[in-house]
Design a protein around this ligand. Structure first.
Ligand code: TYM
Length: 332
């Protein structure tokens, strides 16, 4: 690779991503490809920290892979692979885990949330998940990590682990920086705009899935919870409208003042319809491309096989050096 900076990011295979995943992360994965060397993965090993049905996980992983391509990850420019195909992540994860404190992991808010939500299965993978995520990043010695706000704490931990490793074994890892978009780093639920939009929300109207058809997208936006005054303007306390304006702004490129002027004198109904139509029309080409790609299993297999080979070759160099640094005997 040349001297462009290196980007690494991942996403869990939920099958179809939410509008939050798309705006907060995946959409930017495509736009960053010209300026940076980019490596992206479908994080299936992360997914099994909560119970999964094996056949469904396999299907969701393939869907996610195809969907990332449909969202603009271009295999001519980027490396795209499935995490479990590249053994270096697990190998590095062990070493990093031995350089991570129990207390640090206990402070992770996502662990606290998830262990409450899955109280019958607080497994050690759920606890050490951020170490594996640090390994995903550090196995490539990445410079930048494009994520939504909810991953910021995990990324800070990855930096701390890298720093500690460097102190113990001599400077080696770069300290990866988060790349968090100015707009849409936290897309909120359409039904409770004080909460993050998430696929696990019990109310299906809370969350737009990027494979939702046009009518469904419009219907969900029409039902979005807003407030009782009728002015489309970005202001504290107007969480629902602020969220819709942010989404509209991301897709149209219009700033908040322009949006306010566009809907002056009109009701929320008109605004919600405009947001719904804009989002549905923007997602349409992704759906079409996904449908095409997912039919072609042989092509997908070729893509993820090549992606894994490239990722392994790259990360193997890094992980071999780490193994040497910690004192493992070099393989012949
Ligand atoms: P995951 O799969 O939960 O989410 C994928 C990406 O989507 C972002 N995101 C959001 N952004 C804005 N608004 C929302 N409502 C919203 N919901 C999700 C997330 O911030 C994330 O960027 N642990 C990671 C996956 C991962 C990873 C990595 C990320 C595995 N290895 C290495 C970076 C680097 C996760 O569970 O993301």
């Amino acid at each position: 690779m040349d001297d462009k900076k290196l980007i690494l990011s991942g996403i869990q295979p939920t099958g179809t991503f939410t509008l939050g995943n798309y705006i907060g992360a995946v959409r930017n994965w495509g736009t960053l490809q010209d300026e940076y060397n980019c490596i992206y993965c479908v994080a299936d090993m992360h997914a099994i920290t909560v119970r999964q049905e094996p056949a469904k996980l396999r299907q969701n992983t393939l869907n996610s892979y195809a969907l990332l391509m449909a969202c603009g990850v271009d295999l001519e420019k980027s490396i795209l692979f499935i995490q479990s195909h590249v053994k270096t992540h697990a190998e590095l994860s062990w070493v990093l885990g031995c350089n991570t404190q129990f207390g640090e992991l206990s402070r992770m808010t996502q662990f606290k949330d998830k262990s409450q939500k899955h109280a019958d299965d607080v497994n050690s993978g759920l606890f050490t998940y951020p170490v594996l995520m640090a390994a995903d990043i550090l196995a490539y010695n990445a410079d930048l990590v494009p994520v939504g706000v909810d991953q910021k704490q995990h990324l800070e931990l990855a930096r701390n682990i890298a720093q500690r490793f460097n102190q113990r074994y001599g400077d080696f890892f770069k300290l990866p920086e988060p790349y968090i978009p100015k707009m849409g780093a936290k897309v909120m639920s359409l039904q409770d705009p004080t909460k993050k939009m998430s696929k696990s929300d019990e109310n299906p109207n809370a969350c737009i899935l990027i494979l939702d058809d046009k009518d469904t997208v419009i219907r969900k936006f029409k039902r979005a919870v807003t407030d009782s005054d009728a002015e489309v303007c970005f202001r504290e306390g107007k969480d629902g409208i602020n969220n819709l304006m942010t989404i509209y702004s991301v897709f149209t490129g219009k700033d908040m003042d322009t949006i306010t002027a566009e809907f002056a004198g009109k009701g929320y109904g008109d605004f919600k319809l405009a947001v719904g139509e804009t989002v549905a029309d923007s997602l349409e080409p992704i759906r079409t491309e996904f449908e095409r790609l997912i039919q072609d299993k042989a092509y997908l297999k070729k893509c993820y096989t090549e992606g894994a080979e490239k990722a392994l070759r790259y990360s193997q160099r890094v992980v071999s050096k780490v193994y040497h640094k910690v004192g493992f005997v070099d393989k012949g």
